[in-house]
Design a protein around this ligand. Structure first.
Ligand SMILES: Nc1ncnc2c1ncn2[C@@H]1O[C@H](COP(=O)(O)OP(=O)(O)OP(=O)(O)O)[C@@H](O)[C@H]1O
Length: 302
């Protein structure tokens, strides 16, 4: 599928948030429990988590360390099967990895060090056997240009900065034109200035390409800036606490009163014992709680 297809999420960030005119979700996560079996016991990473991701969403999973964010991403990627519940992409049950879901990780060593920047990107395209070398090269150059690395196509990874390596990983992922781009704390290992620049670039890229993004972060501020919706997960094992609309925030709103209020509210929700009740305030802050569903937890909002 082309990433340049127009999407139902609306043309501008400021205009997002209306769900009524949209078709069904691209990704449906329904009551998903994820566990690891160790030799001595079973570790439950998430408990009955549900959420929907629509085409062109920038959907953020936010929660404390150990709440199962990475495990959820691995399950969406098809590496882990739920012990309860199911995940569907375009209505099809996810049961294995596929080129329709590509992951960008935090680590800088996700590139093959013996390949040039260009070869790193074309390799994934050629391995998927979807195109020949000429087309793969053309597409790789297109996305490397989009992430500002046109001058570095013949460089080797060890000659690049951390931010540049992440740009290569993002270009490689986008070149695959996945249905969903999965990012697991992609900027966490970068210094603060580079991280901010990468957030800005990611949003610019999204403006151009309108890919669908599922993005993991520990940072409340990063979640608010990158995401149009944020799923808040409780501490281990991760359960859904709330879902928040954050499309109204951008990189320039960090110092604003509304941004700060919402950040504080998210912090309370993540770390306070007292959970919100249906009908609580917060609507003034454009934070919308969901009513508990039949299972008693806060499910999908908006
Ligand atoms: N391979 C594994 N075997 C056993 N337990 C695991 C394994 N991987 C993760 N876990 C456990 O599952 C839980 C969720 O881990 P996960 O890495 O998904 O959390 P996270 O929210 O991504 O954390 P962080 O933000 O620190 O990366 C944790 O309790 C973790 O210890």
């Amino acid at each position: 599928m082309s990433l340049t297809t127009s999407t139902p999420a609306g043309p501008a960030r400021a205009g997002e948030g209306t769900r009524s005119a949209q078709p069904g979700p691209l990704l449906q996560v329904s009551g998903v429990t994820l566990e690891y079996a160790t030799p001595s016991h079973v570790v439950r990473a998430t408990h009955q988590v549900s959420f929907d991701v629509h085409a062109a969403d920038r959907y953020v999973l936010l929660g404390p360390s150990g709440c199962g964010k990475s495990t959820l991403l691995k399950a969406i990627a098809g590496f882990i099967a739920p012990t309860e519940g199911e995940m569907r992409l375009d209505g099809q049950r996810i049961h294995q990895p596929g080129p329709d879901r590509v992951v960008v990780f935090q680590e800088f060593d996700q590139l093959a060090p013996w390949k040039t920047v260009l070869q790193n990107v074309t390799f994934a395209l050629l391995a998927s056997r979807r195109m020949g070398k000429a087309e793969a090269t053309e597409r790789a150059l297109h996305y490397l240009d989009k992430v500002g690395l046109a001058r570095f196509v013949n460089a080797y990874p060890h000659t690049l900065s951390g931010g540049m390596k992440q740009r290569v990983a993002i270009a490689r992922a986008l070149a695959m034109q996945p249905r969903i781009l999965l990012m697991d704390e992609p900027f966490a290992a970068l210094d603060a200035l580079t991280r901010r620049k990468m957030q800005e670039e990611l949003l610019q890229l999204w403006d151009e390409v309108r890919f669908t993004l599922v993005f993991i972060t520990h940072s409340i501020e990063e979640a608010m800036v990158v995401g149009n919706r944020i799923l808040l997960l409780s501490p281990h094992p991760g359960r859904v606490r709330a879902e928040i609309n954050s499309h109204q925030f951008d990189l320039h709103g960090g110092g604003g009163a509304q941004f700060q209020r919402t950040a504080r509210r998210i912090h309370q929700l993540l770390f306070d014992e007292q959970h919100p009740q249906p009908g609580d305030e917060a609507e003034q802050n454009n934070v919308f709680w969901l009513r508990p569903n039949a299972d008693g937890y806060f499910n999908i909002s908006v």
